[in-house]
Design a protein around this ligand. Sequence first.
Ligand SMILES: [Fe+2]
Length: 293
Amino acid sequence: MTYPIDMNITPDVSAHFDAATNTISYIVKDPTSSHCAIIDSVMDIDYAAGRITYDHADALIKEVQDRGLMLDWIIETHVHADHLSAAPYIQQKLGGKIGVGDKILVVQETFGKVFNEGTEFQRDGSQFDALFTDGDTYMIGNMQVVAIYTPGHTPACMVHVAGNAAFVGDTLFMPDGGSARADFPGGDAGTLYDSIQKVLSLPDDMRLFMCHDYGPNGREIAWETTVGDEKTHNIHVGGDKTREDFIKFRTERDATLDMPKLIIPSLQVNMRAGDVPKDKDGNPMLKVPVNTL
Ligand SMILES: [Fe+2]
């Protein structure tokens, strides 16, 4: 599949780093209008206390309002396992449509089982306003964005490309961070490698924006690189690393990793487009499946 890419368009990208989860949320603005999108927002949770707050989302909302922007889209690059999405909270304040990859149905099926959800949990993606398939386009003002399938970390991962900026989700990390794990249910190291190659086949000067950074070896947090830089320097896939090298390395490394601290609340909320599940009386309530993940 060839995707419509226009390197002559340079969207304005504003990054908001969330130190609690090492997530970077973005406000992406069409250079020729006041329209924008928010990509991968974060809702704050004190999991031990079961307390949800909105400082990170409020900062995103404030920036959109202060700059007088119109929010067209609230995009999730995938169903995150390490932070909760604030999409519905932001939508309530600013409008905009919530979009995710159509493979969300696979994720909902998998985790609907893990959390033993009843029939009231729809597994048809209807919690979202838009489900993208490979190569689907949508508009931020006058700027076209293309959504590209990049499974491997999860089945529903997509990279969103707007002009010369690509939002890679967890497909790649910064060159010195390598790549994300591929061992969650529905993940696959070989598939992730193939998806990364898809990203690396974009133009060398395409700007890449990460969803996470952990500042490896004590360097400062960073989130922006280029295709060319990743091709040369990425410690997991750059230079002469082969698909076989990657699968072996990724599988061995993943076997040593603990589950993300917030995976249990994150999946329950994010597979519902950011809504907290409710108990039979309508109260917000999270479950903890024992010895399942
Ligand atoms: Fe992720």
